[in-house]
Design a protein around this ligand. Structure first.
Ligand code: GLS
Length: 806
């Protein structure tokens, strides 16, 4: 193979024999051991290296092709990536799964035991981080030159354990054994400044930081499916600079003091903030954000300079996507680099900045729009605050010119909130400093532009676009569900659907084929049996997602208790169900943790009662993550998407489940609406208030106790909880529902429970259910992240594919 400058690269074979040869050579030369003495960990790491080498070869060719093309790059800046287990993905994408299995067995290793050692890097909290990973997968699959930038947290999202039903958080030292997929690049370290002061020297502002930290990158390969393209995700890890070790103190025996600066520096990438949708409000988090932004922008500029000389070309070669507000400091940072360091005039720099950046907003919760205390930001990043003030002055001039005498509007739009405390509003900065702002589902974008960001929409309507989220069919169908994937390929006569998910529509006519339906049912049954939770013949009713009151796991729990009461009353006519909960609550989110605790208490009671045998089981496997999602999603029959309408920006679990043939019971919230539009109202169990109704009820005189008084089953469920039948925690949960019910759980209860009876009726007719299930899969090809990326390309990035020769 010919790389640039005539460099030849030998091609690594993918036959079992070639794979085995390299496996052994890696075992000897890189791992330094032998077949006889190799541990399972040795075998795993050797396997990883052997697979990685095959992708690295494609990576080299990709880099050469990209260098030659000098294209517009897509850079994705995200504080979170939930990449999922790497081994299975890389085996599939490199086309070496079979060869690897044969080679391992030939060497006397047990492939499944070895595969089980692959640890997923949990560098994200939930949907936002997983979306980032799906987009990277699709960018590579679609041959778009792209780099993801993030933070290499030492400790990822905490491991969840249950102690007496309570959530306990344990650190996730995911790379404890080292990470064989990573390529560290200590020679590419960046220096990041914090604190200090600014001065003006020769007409230019100079920031002299009071503290510096090093950012060491390492990258993981991001292969495309069915293409030779291999992109990368580059993750930064904070390191102390040499100077931060205090030799004098060490010599004096002050060991802790000698390393305290180093520890402080390294803490920056120590841990992922386990919040979802709520700002942590801590200086360390702000430091993390700037650390990510500063390292990544320097790297982006370095890459630009490899092939370009003129700053005027920067925006046409660079599209940077800001994933939520977390990396929004990139806007003042790039201004600083261009104006202070490169000497561009302000207007030119601002035009480049605005044309380079775009912003994705992922929330509707006003409390989740990040703000930072002006004092804190000014202390940590004095020059950035000055730049934010300058940007603000221009923004407010524009607002005043467009809306004279509208002081309130000026106040609302200002980048600085004045009352009750002075805060920098990151979402306002994001919209101001970018070309496009996008919401993540149709309803979300509509609500964003009519509520949270309405003033900005009034000023700049053209800046707003919708890009509905999507999920990777490789990860969430092919890898998660090999059985259904084989059946789909069989039914369609091709496996091209894996890179063109619209082809799934070809399954729709097969609902008329009784043998196809029966095979479909068998696969679902087999997936449930493989999951091993509950009776595979029962309806598997799944609610998997982060715990948040707006997502309303408490509503599902009220339904469980109602079913239990019906069983105890005798003459139960519902279908057998296994109700599965999965998800974590932010460690500081007391109310969400109470709900987890209560679910576990109810599960213990329900499962122990012989009356429920064969009728109702409640399971709650701990530590829901991508690995577990890949087992639960293919087994699910019913998908619970029951948030209060107007609160869930999009959801992506809803897409994964529907795509895998689960039927949805859901509200008109987030992407549920688009799922229902596509699968058809007959194949979706809709209930509850819509967003407008919910808003009206919330802003009026909502009285949850009226619902309690009017509905006997609801009352019975709340009464047992309040009476402490499931422990003291129940009293707190019930009181919060009866007194406030912030998320209208009681208002939606009757409609939800009645709709669940329709679910039972549909399930009883297994042929009907199977038809609905197949139609869910056939009609949700739209929710591929490939389509999402295509939309970003058309409306936002305007970047083109670069083919890499196979
Ligand atoms: C989230 C939203 O809550 C989800 O609805 C959305 O699907 C996801 C990806 O766009 O982003 N925002 C957030 O802060 N965490 C999320 O999962």
């Amino acid at each position: 193979m010919d790389l640039r400058n005539g460099v030849e690269l030998r091609s690594l074979g993918t036959s079992p024999a070639a794979f085995k040869e390299d496996l052994l050579s890696n075992l000897y030369y890189r791992r330094g051991t032998t077949v006889e003495s190799a541990s399972a960990q040795d075998a795993y790491e050797t396997l990883a290296l052997t697979v990685r080498d095959r992708l690295a070869e494609r990576r080299a060719r990709t880099a050469a092709a990209h260098y030659a093309a000098n294209p517009r790059w897509v850079y994705y800046l995200s504080a979170e990536y939930l990449l999922g287990p790497q081994l299975e993905q890389n085996l599939l994408y490199s086309g070496t799964a079979e060869a690897a299995r044969t080679a391992l067995e030939a060497c006397g290793f047990a492939p499944d035991e070895i595969a089980a050692l692959d640890v997923e890097p949990g560098l994200g909290n939930g949907g936002l981080g997983r979306l980032a990973a799906c987009l990277l997968d699709s960018l590579a699959t679609m041959d778009i030159p792209a780099v993801g930038y993030g933070i290499r947290y030492d400790l990822g999202i905490f491991k969840q354990e249950f102690h007496d039903g309570r959530q306990v958080e344990r650190p996730d030292d995911w790379a404890f054994q080292g990470d064989p997929w990573e390529f560290p690049a200590p020679d590419d370290r960046q220096v990041v400044g914090f604190y200090g002061s600014t001065s003006v020297v020769g007409g230019r502002t100079v920031w002299t930081p009071g503290e510096t930290v090093l950012g060491e990158p390492s990258h993981l390969l991001v292969p495309g499916y069915g293409t030779a393209t291999v992109n990368i995700v580059r993750l930064w890890r904070a390191q102390a600079s040499e100077a931060s070790f205090d030799l004098t103190r060490f010599a004096a025996g002050q060991y802790a003091e000698a390393v305290q600066d180093a520890v402080r520096a390294e803490n920056i990438s120590k841990v992922l903030y386990p919040d979802d949708s709520t700002p942590a409000g801590r200086e360390l988090r702000l430091k993390q954000q700037y650390f990510l932004v500063s390292c990544s922008l320097r790297d982006i500029v370095r890459r630009f300079r490899l092939r370009n000389g003129d700053w005027a070309d920067f925006a046409s070669k660079t599209a940077i996507q800001l994933n939520d507000t977390h990396p929004v400091l990139a806007i003042p940072e790039l201004m600083r680099l261009l104006v202070d360091e490169e000497g561009l005039d302000w207007d030119h720099a601002w035009s480049l900045v605005r044309r380079t950046f775009n912003y994705t907003c992922h929330t509707l919760l006003p409390e989740a729009l990040e703000t930072w205390p002006v004092d804190m930001l000014g202390r940590l990043l004095p020059r950035h605050l000055e730049i934010i003030y300058l940007i603000n002055a221009e923004l407010l001039d524009e607002v005043r010119a467009r809306f004279p005498d509208d002081l309130d509007r000026v106040r609302r739009m200002s980048l600085i909130q004045e009352e009750p405390t002075r805060q920098v509003r990151m979402a306002n900065l994001a919209v101001t400093g970018t070309t496009r702002t996008n919401g993540v589902a149709a309803l979300h974008t509509q609500l964003l532009t009519s509520t949270v960001l309405r003033d900005f929409h009034d000023l700049w309507p053209d800046r707003f676009v919708n890009v509905t989220n999507g999920v990777s069919p490789r990860r969430f169908v092919r890898l998660a569900d090999p059985l259904v994937s084989a059946l789909i390929s069989d039914g369609l006569g091709t496996d091209r659907w894996l890179s063109d998910l619209s082809l799934l529509s070809g399954l729709a006519p097969l609902v008329a084929d009784a043998s196809f339906r029966s095979r479909w049912r068998d696969v679902k049954r087999a997936n449930k049996a493989a999951l091993g939770l509950g009776d595979p013949a029962a309806l598997l009713d799944v609610m998997v997602k982060r715990f948040h009151e707006y997502k309303r796991q408490q509503l599902k729990l009220l339904h469980v208790i109602t079913l239990y009461h019906r069983i105890l009353a005798g003459g139960y006519d519902g279908v057998p169900r296994t109700v599965l909960f999965g998800g974590k609550a932010a460690p500081a989110y007391h109310a969400a943790k109470n709900i987890i605790h209560l679910i576990n208490a109810v599960a213990a009671r329900v499962n122990a009662d012989p009356a429920t045998d064969g009728l109702l089981t409640v399971v709650f496997p701990a530590n829901y993550n991508i690995t577990l999602a890949e087992r639960v999603i293919p087994a699910a029959d019913l998908s619970e998407q029951i948030s209060m309408a107007g609160k869930e920006a999009s959801g992506t679990g809803n897409m994964k489940l529907s795509l895998n043939g689960a039927l949805t019971i859901g509200t008109l919230d987030g992407a549920n609406i688009e799922i229902r539009d596509r699968v058809g109202a007959d194949n979706f169990f809709l209930f509850g208030l819509n967003a407008a109704e919910a808003l009206t009820l919330r802003s009026g005189d909502y009285r949850p106790r009226d619902h309690y008084a009017a509905d006997g089953e609801l009352r019975a469920a709340l009464d047992v909880i309040s009476a402490g039948a499931f422990g003291g925690v129940g009293q707190e949960v019930a009181a919060s529902l009866l007194d406030r019910d912030e998320y209208l759980t009681l208002a939606d209860y009757r409609s939800y429970v009645d709709r669940q009876s329709d679910v039972d009726a549909a399930w009883r007719d297994q042929e009907r259910w199977t038809t609905m299930s197949i139609l869910n899969t056939a009609r949700t090809g739209y929710f591929s992240s490939d389509r999402t990326v295509a939309d970003y390309l058309t409306h936002i990035w305007h970047a083109s594919p670069v083919r890499v020769d196979a």
